[in-house]
Design a protein around this ligand. Structure first.
Ligand code: COA
Length: 257
């Protein structure tokens, strides 16, 4: 598939997807979402790729859903396009997915960043849900992921008030992992991805699944599922390799088996 709205690159085991509609601040049109989903599905299926960075480039992450495309649509149009349902590829992505955010991450752009596993923010980053000022509410997780991440009161402020919050406050609130100078956001995210790419892939996948499950299930269920994955990992070659390497005082070579 030839892409028009995203750029795809690979640097060793790290895939990079860059949203690429700079003239409209990477507004998330249906076509962009289809391409993004396709690019991520390919990286998910490629055993050479072990972690992925998702970015909007040096200036902006994404200023939300494409308002020009949405303004005159009916509920039935929206249902039939199921734009937000298409995010499933991203939320099901099995490898570490790191958002590298510079500038605005608004509306669907903010929701997209929150679908990732880690967020590296440039000091220029602004996270927000301005949908309220358009007469709507977030439709891809904004009202659900904010409270799970930062608690009810900041979530209310962001979703009802519409004003974005800056990178440093986002960091204090636990929404982002690191704040760095905007010039190095993507490099820092890639370096982080490279570190995660060196970890045993099956264990990484199950750890990601387990953490995500914590947000969806009661503790007892989450603990039971975690235990199953823990036992299962003793069937992997990487577990044997990891523990033998420790005992032999050498660096483990993980193969994802
Ligand atoms: N959908 C469609 N086009 C968008 C867009 C969006 N979500 N966000 C920005 N654009 C377009 C603008 O219309 C403008 O196009 P033009 O040059 O043809 O006029 C271009 O991107 C640049 O945006 P502009 O508003 O001129 O930049 P700014 O720096 O003054 O403001 C924002 C930046 C992000 C504050 C402002 O663009 C904005 O509020 N965007 C909408 C955010 C939003 O409500 N998102 C949720 C959508 S559900």
């Amino acid at each position: 598939m030839e892409y028009e709205h995203v750029l795809v690159d690979r640097d060793g085991p790290v895939g990079v997807v860059t949203l690429n509609r700079p003239r409209v601040l990477n507004a998330l049109s249906p076509a962009l979402i289809v391409e993004l989903s396709d690019a991520l599905a390919r990286f998910d299926a490629d055993p050479e790729v072990r972690a992925v960075v998702l970015t909007g480039g040096p200036r902006v992450f994404a200023a939300g859903a494409d308002i020009g495309d949405m303004s005159e649509r009916s509920p039935v149009d929206q249902l039939q396009r199921d734009q937000t349902g298409r995010w499933g590829v991203i939320t099901r992505f099995s490898k570490p997915l790191i958002a590298a955010v510079n500038g605005y991450a608004l509306g669907g752009g903010c929701e997209l960043a929150m679908m990732c596993d880690l967020i590296v923010a440039g000091d220029s980053a602004r996270f927000g849900q301005p949908e309220i000022d358009l007469g709507i509410i977030p439709g891809a997780g904004g009202t659900q992921r904010w409270p799970r991440t930062v608690g009810k009161y900041v979530a209310m402020e962001v979703n009802l008030g519409g004003a974005p919050i800056a990178a440093r406050r986002a960091h204090q609130l636990g929404l982002v992992n690191r704040v760095v100078p905007a010039e190095v956001t993507i490099d820092v995210a890639k370096a982080l991805a490279l570190r995660l790419a060196a970890k045993p892939p099956v264990a990484v996948r199950l750890a990601k699944e387990a953490v995500n499950r914590a947000l969806e299930t009661p503790l007892s269920e989450g603990l039971a599922a975690e235990r199953q994955s823990f036992y299962f990992l003793f069937a992997t070659e990487d577990q044997k390799e990891g523990m033998r390497a420790f005992l032999e005082k050498r660096r483990a070579q993980f193969r994802g088996r």
